[in-house]
Ligand binder design. Structure first.
Ligand code: UDP
Length: 318
């Protein structure tokens, strides 16, 4: 297939673009490099340095589908500046869908998020769990899920929303590229802990130690970016015209912040001093996926452990 990957210079988009190329697809990347890096675009993919809303300049009937990653994705920022998320995620995506319709491109795989669920009431979140986001980031992604469902019903779009849990790790293509998380400022847990283990930062921050969890810290379902990318290749092929399907992508196993700190200690062999801070706004206590639907319908089985995620994230720093 010939595919447009928005956000293909960013962390997850670049790894998926690389996997799609490896699977024999033709890939073009749309990325304005606002947070992505041009050296992150996988070799073999052409880069169009444009905003999502400018996708009409690139899309034509020769494209078979779009994988839509480009987005603003920081929970804290979304609480402080919600308007950035309404514009950057919802409005920009509306323009992308208009451009797809005009060009006759009728297949999309969208990066949704576990943040659409908010505070889940169940241990392992299925796709049937009511979506009640606790922050504007999750709300903006949920709005796009609704847009895709309506677009599928009205215009026969083949649409899939993949709701990611916590993505970690990195990919190392044969050509020596390193496809990894590179955020500035870095807000994510594992990269920040590695900075402490590497001596670049004095102490890690634990955001909240009074959550109703066994050790008081937030529990998340961490998933290796290569396992995640594999689900996209499968979802692209499984998408059906006129249907919008949602899949949760996680391992089904929860890991607390303190347990992640311990994993970083073990992998690096360095101490990771941590300072306890108040809760971060918008963070639910527990987010763990049920991977059952993706296993059954996509034949998808994530294989990589939290240890491999930390090891690969560390290798990417060198
Ligand atoms: N977290 C933390 N210290 C950090 C960064 C994150 O305690 O320096 C916590 C955060 O509150 C959340 C979990 O680690 O419970 C994962 O956060 P991250 O930002 O990596 O991903 P998110 O869940 O926001 O997508």
């Amino acid at each position: 297939m010939k595919l447009l990957v928005t956000g293909g210079a960013g962390y997850i988009g670049s790894v998926v673009a690389y996997q799609l190329l490896a699977a024999g697809h033709t890939v073009e990347v749309l990325d304005n490099l606002s947070t992505g890096h041009d050296d992150g675009v996988p070799a073999g993919a052409r880069l169009h340095r444009l905003a999502i809303s400018e996708a009409g300049q690139v899309l034509d009937h020769s494209f078979d589908g779009v994988l839509h990653f480009a987005a603003k994705s920081l929970v804290g920022e979304s609480v402080a500046h919600p308007e950035r998320y309404w514009h950057g995620n919802i409005v920009e995506t509306l323009h992308l869908l208009d451009a797809m319709r005009q060009a006759g491109v009728d297949r999309i795989v969208f990066s949704s998020t576990a943040a659409t669920y908010g505070e889940a009431k169940v241990q392992n979140i299925t796709e049937e769990e009511p979506a009640q986001p606790t922050n504007p980031y999750g709300a903006s992604k949920l709005a796009i899920d609704h847009m895709l469902a309506a677009e599928a019903a009205a215009h026969s779009l083949a649409a899939v929303s993949l709701r990611y849990f916590n993505v970690a790790g990195a990919a190392f293509p044969d050509n020596g590229q390193v496809l990894a998380e590179r955020h500035d400022p870095e807000t994510h847990l594992i990269p920040n802990l590695l900075k402490v283990a590497g001596g670049e930062r004095e102490a890690a921050a634990i955001f909240g130690t009074d959550y109703p969890t066994p050790d008081g810290t937030c529990i998340r379902d961490y998933i290796h970016v290569l396992d995640l990318a594999d689900a996209h290749v499968r979802a692209l092929e499984a998408a059906q015209p006129g249907s919008h399907e949602v899949f949760n992508l996680g391992t089904g196993t929860g890991t607390s912040v303190r347990e992640v700190i311990e994993a970083v200690r073990v992998v690096t062999g360095h101490p990771v001093p941590a300072v306890e801070h108040p809760r971060r706004a918008g963070d639910p206590a527990v987010l763990v996926a049920s991977g059952e639907k993706a296993a059954q319908r996509l034949g998808w089985h994530p294989r990589r452990s939290i240890k491999e995620m930390v090891e690969d994230a560390r290798r990417a720093l060198r």
